[in-house]
Design a binder for this molecule. Structure first.
Ligand SMILES: C[S@@+](CC[C@H](N)C(=O)[O-])C[C@H]1O[C@@H](n2cnc3c(N)ncnc32)[C@H](O)[C@@H]1O
Length: 272
């Protein structure tokens, strides 16, 4: 596919990832179905008991993380702009026996409030590889604020924008740290979940944007949210750089003797 419309190009690429990701060892869907696993421990510890709470997951992909929160007792809604992802999420909800408390909606994040009919939630959940697909962090923050009722919380765990700006090999700055009007164009074959899947993903272009920590916090404050927690981590959940060392399930760190750089961050904000 050849298009210079970033949203259309990104949607095409994400549509193509769905069957590859469903079959990948990275996402291990069959293992997740079999073991009944809930949300990541760190996330569950921060959000506390979610039983009976309404949670919306923005950019939910095929719903594995969304449904993990349903397993913890939340009523969940997942939103993604990819039809194949939403269709796969609905099937996964059926297979996991969670369809009675899971709803999936196909829409871009920029239209989330309207697509969800003005509904508001206790929790907006966003994680890992989501913000880089959005052109405007200000627009995103306004949608997040519009999805929360008073007392509702945003939970964000993301790849750190400093690590997004660095070269894989030597940590030199090779990509923008701040949000730029012009997106970064990538055309690598394969996907992070399966670099060998070059037949299904032959290198159609994608477009992404970085957003600095101050830009993210500033946009949420400007949207009227209170910032409750910002924590920059020297670990991340995936092999962001080839030289990171795996120290646990979904935990990769800088090896001894190397400069520690921020690899991911967690932010909690609330609507007062
Ligand atoms: C890496 S996934 C993030 C979800 C989760 N961390 C995971 O791995 O399942 C990124 C998701 O963002 C979605 N996406 C990208 N741009 C979007 C947009 N503008 N509006 C809605 N969804 C978008 C893609 O379809 C994809 O499912």
């Amino acid at each position: 596919m050849s298009t210079t419309d970033p949203l259309a190009a990104n949607r095409h690429w994400w549509d193509s990832t769905v069957p590859v990701h469903l079959a990948s060892a990275f996402y291990d869907v069959e293992g997740w179905l079999a073991d009944g696993r809930g949300p990541r421990e760190r996330e569950a510890a921060l959000l506390g008991d979610v039983t009976g709470l309404d949670l919306v997951h923005l950019q939910c992909h095929f719903g594995k993380d969304t449904l993990s929160w349903a397993r913890a007792g939340a009523r969940v809604t997942g939103l993604d702009f990819s039809e194949p992802a939403i269709s796969a999420a609905r099937s996964l909800a059926e297979r996991a026996g969670l369809a009675d408390r899971a709803d999936f909606v196909c829409a871009p994040v920029s239209e989330a409030v309207d697509a969800l009919g003005g509904r508001t939630f206790d929790i907006v959940y966003v994680s890992l590889g989501a913000l880089c697909w959005l052109a405007s962090i200000t627009e995103w923050a306004a949608q997040v604020a519009g999805l929360l009722h008073a007392g509702g919380r945003l939970f964000l765990h993301e790849v750190h924008p400093v690590s997004q700006a660095l070269a894989d090999a030597d940590l030199t700055v090779v990509y923008p740290y701040f949000e730029e009007a012009v997106p970064y164009r990538d055309a690598e074959a394969g996907t992070y979940a399966d670099p060998e899947a070059t037949d299904a993903l032959p290198g159609d272009p994608t477009y992404s944007w970085n957003h600095g920590i101050g830009e993210i916090i500033g946009a949420l404050l400007a949207a009227g949210l209170r910032i409750d927690l910002v924590d920059e981590h020297d670990w991340t959940s995936f092999q962001r750089f080839p030289w990171l060392v795996q120290t646990g399930e979904e935990e990769f760190v800088v090896p001894d003797g190397h400069l520690r750089v921020p690899l991911s961050f967690t932010l909690v904000a609330s609507r007062t």
